[in-house]
Structures are given as structure tokens and as C-alpha cells.
Design a protein around this ligand. Structure first.
Ligand SMILES: Cc1ncc(COP(=O)(O)O)c(C=O)c1O
Length: 355
């Protein structure tokens, strides 16, 4: 793949990696040595290069800042016990990025550029992949419009960039989440099913209100009826009700999480009953009342599995079973950790070795 992609590489003079204990760094604040950049102009992708991670000069008229043509992905590389560095299902991120690009009237990033840039970057920055059991290198590919022009229209110029940061455990503790039914993350016909930057901007205020009340995250509900749960913060949502693993069915208001698909695939392998369907707030409370709500958790690249210990709704709090008493989510969390460390057979070929 990289044989055909011409990437000009300017390596860093001296790696910064020894300045940090990469197994113990705050999430998203320390950046690895290099970044990959591809430029789109005159209707085609042109220059591809890797350079030391750096700031760039920017026009205040940059179109992405004003009109939100800005999309991104979140993915991870893991170091197995034998030192091999692998990406987890990277082609899925590439496909989703292009789904986002289409919806936001942006040019698609050819797979060759996405994967070629990514693998070259990983080879250069493999020393930044933590070795701890819960550590990983978080990878942020993103695409922005770069026209220096005011005026609402799809831009002519774009940059696709990838940079990385070492990451540890995302949530140290199980989370308390508040069902939000006044503000909405996504609406029908909108952009909730893609990773558009604006989705995250609009979520911050309601999330802050929930945090002021002592919750870590919100559970988003559907904007039309406010009766059905959709996602939790930036994670897909799953419940074990009775003996069935249930998750909201995908729609244009729900992001098709790669962890969601991974967890469902393994649950099926293990012979669990699984259902993708609408889940009402009423059903959750009824299951809580009759003792069949066994587990609730979020799934996503950053946290993998975020156990939910309590759900708030208006002035009520519904406590969930202790994590030690949950059968499914701790087991799958451990299974995925072992898979990424090379301790489990990779029968779905999800780990793509890069070095
Ligand atoms: C809104 C939203 N939902 C769900 C997810 C989980 O997706 P994934 O498992 O692909 O990380 C994310 C993170 O990308 C997200 O931003």
C-alpha cells in the first residue's frame, strides 16, 4: 500500500518519548513525535507528508472554524506482550470517516492515504504505545476544510491529519449517568450518525449541567418522543435485561460504534441472546423494579467498556448491581484487553499488525 503512496517523511531530530512515563499520562494532552498530513486542492489529493508534531499557522477566516466542515475519528494502537504494535479494526474507522465526509460534503479520504499514512506514522511512533494492560496509543485522524474564505458553501481545500497520544484508562471508576430529555445530541435527518465536530460541541452544555448535579455523563434520548434512549455521552449504550444483551438499533441519530459491533459479535460467539431494538426509558425502569436489569454500560474506543453504576432520571436515582455481580461486561472487558495484548486468539482478524 505504501509502495504506491508517496509520503515525504521529515523525522524528528530527537524523540521526546523519554520525557514522559507514557504508561501514566493524562488522556489527550501529550502528543507523540510525528503527525501525518495529506492535502486536498484543485479537486484532488496531492501532497502527503509526515513531520514532527507541530502547530500550524492558521487564518482566522479558516472555513472549518466558521462553518463546521470538520470530522474526525478515534482509534487505537496496542502493544502486545511480545512488543508487536497492532491497530484495532482500522479499516472500519476509514470507512466511517468517509461516511462522515459524504454527509458533510467533504472529499472522501482514499483508503490508500488513510491506511498508508497511519501505518507509516505507527512505525515512526511505535515507542509511544504504552505497554501497560490498560494503555494504548489513541489515534486521532481528522479532516478539516482549509479555505481562507467567508461564505457558506463546501470548501475547495482540505487537510487530512493524523496525530496520536498515549492513553491510559479513560474512566477510573464506574459512572453515574443522567437521562437527558430536554437537550438532544442528534435529530432525525441530522448528522448524529457521523463524527462531525459539531455533534460534540452541542453536547457540552447539557453534559456540564449533568456534571453539576454529580453525574459523569448523560444518556441521550430521541428528540421526537423523548421516550427512547440512544447513546451515553460519546459511547453506545448496552443493557443486560434478563438473559439478553440489548442495544438501541442504529438509526441516523446513533453513531455505529466499532466497539458496539465488536461487543455484539463476541456476545453472539459466546452464545448470548442479543437484540438491537428501541429501548424505552419505561422499559429500563420496569426492568430495574422487577430485578431483571442486570447491567448497563457504555462502549467506545476511549473507554472500551464504561460500567454504569447508577442512572438518574429527573429527581430519581436508580442504582444498578455491583460490578462484581455482573457476568457479561467485566468478562468482555477482560477478553478485549487480552485480545489486544495478544493473549487471545484473534479469530475475527481484528488486529492489524503494523510493526
Ligand atoms: C457519539 C459516539 N457514539 C459512540 C461512539 C463509540 O464508537 P467507537 O466504538 O467506534 O469508538 C463514539 C466514539 O467514537 C461517539 O463519539
Amino acid at each position: 500500500m505504501t509502495e504506491t503512496l508517496d509520503i515525504k517523511i521529515t523525522p524528528i531530530e530527537k524523540s521526546r518519548v523519554s520525557e514522559y512515563d507514557i504508561n501514566n499520562v493524562p488522556f489527550g494532552k501529550i502528543f507523540a513525535d510525528h503527525m501525518f498530513v495529506a492535502e486536498y486542492e484543485n479537486g484532488k489529493w496531492s501532497k502527503c507528508y509526515i513531520q514532527p508534531y507541530q502547530d500550524v499557522p492558521m487564518s482566522y477566516a479558516l472555513s472549518a472554524l466558521h462553518y463546521g466542515q470538520s470530522i474526525f475519528e478515534g482509534m487505537k494502537a496496542y502493544k502486545s506482550d511480545d512488543g508487536t504494535v497492532s491497530l484495532f479494526r482500522p479499516l472500519e474507522n476509514c470507512k466511517r470517516m468517509n461516511k462522515s465526509a459524504i454527509r458533510m460534503a467533504m472529499p472522501e479520504v482514499p483508503e490508500e492515504i488513510f491506511m498508508g499514512g497511519l501505518t507509516e506514522l505507527m512505525k515512526l511512533d511505535k515507542a509511544w504505545v504504552p505497554t501497560s494492560d490498560t494503555g494504548s496509543l489513541y489515534i486521532r485522524p481528522f479532516l478539516i476544510s482549509t479555505d481562507e474564505a467567508i461564505g457558506v458553501r463546501p470548501a475547495d481545500n482540505y487537510k487530512f491529519i493524523i496525530f496520536c497520544c498515549p492513553a491510559g484508562k479513560y474512566y477510573a471508576e464506574p459512572v453515574k449517568v443522567l437521562i437527558e430529555h430536554h437537550y438532544f445530541r442528534a435529530v432525525r435527518g441530522g448528522v448524529g450518525y457521523v463524527k462531525a465536530a459539531g455533534n460534540y460541541g452541542r453536547s457540552l452544555y447539557p453534559t456540564r449541567l449533568a456534571q453539576d448535579k454529580g453525574f459523569q455523563q448523560v444518556i441521550w434520548t430521541d428528540s421526537e418522543t423523548q421516550q427512547y434512549v440512544e447513546e451515553s455521552g460519546t459511547m453506545n449504550l448496552m443493557f443486560v435485561i434478563g438473559d439478553t444483551l440489548v442495544t438501541p438499533a442504529l438509526s441516523d441519530t446513533i453513531l455505529a460504534g466499532i466497539t458496539r459491533d465488536t461487543v455484539f459479535t463476541i456476545a453472539k460467539d459466546w452464545g448470548y441472546k442479543v437484540e438491537e431494538r428501541k429501548i424505552s426509558i419505561k422499559e429500563i425502569f420496569e426492568a430495574h423494579a422487577n430485578g431483571t436489569l442486570k447491567e448497563a454500560f457504555g462502549t467506545g474506543t476511549a473507554a472500551t467498556i464504561a460500567h454504569i453504576k447508577a442512572i438518574g432520571f429527573e429527581d430519581n436515582i436508580y442504582d444498578l448491581p455491583e460490578i462484581e455481580d455482573r457476568k457479561f461486561s467485566p468478562k468482555i472487558d477482560e477478553y478485549l484487553r487480552n485480545l489486544r495484548k495478544g493473549r487471545e486468539e484473534d479469530k475475527h482478524h481484528w488486529m492489524m499488525k503494523v510493526s
